[in-house]
Design a protein around this ligand. Structure first.
Ligand SMILES: [Zn+2]
Length: 139
């Protein structure tokens, strides 16, 4: 597979900056979110998240803003990794992330395998109880 190399940094920097702009405009459209400096953003958005839940007028907007906030946190973190030159490595296993995956989701902090584990753990999009059934156990 192709992997990220530092020569691609300007390209991904541009991709992430563009995405950050899009997400900020979504947040502006769905609520009165102050735009903070990138360093402060990751922490600020968590507070805004709580506020958003309390002051919600539209469920759709809430879900949209919630999603955008989550992604914005990822984008901000990814841009930080880009400057720290750790971008392109999975935060969990440290393996290089497939370049095609990065192109599709520049902010992703995990490789495909680890992402699967995370989505399972968090139960994104579905409220299914997590079952821990050991393989080979009949009970
Ligand atoms: Zn991984």
């Amino acid at each position: 597979m192709d992997i990220y190399t530092r020569t691609l940094a300007p390209r991904f920097s541009k991709l992430l900056a563009k995405r950050e702009g899009e997400l900020r405009s979504i947040l502006h459209a769905t609520g009165d979110f102050a735009v903070q400096a990138p360093e402060a953003q990751a922490r600020e958005v968590l507070d805004f998240k709580d506020m958003a839940v309390e002051e919600t007028q539209s469920v759709v907007d809430e879900a949209k803003a919630d999603h955008a906030l989550e992604e914005l946190e990822q984008v901000v973190a990814a841009r930080k990794r880009l400057t720290e030159q750790t971008y392109g490595e999975c935060l969990d296993c440290g393996e290089p992330i497939d370049l095609r995956r990065l192109m599709a989701m520049p902010a992703t902090p995990f490789c495909t395998a680890c992402q699967g584990i995370h989505e399972h753990g968090r139960g994104v999009g579905a409220r299914r109880p997590t079952l821990h059934l050991g393989k080979g156990k009949s009970s």
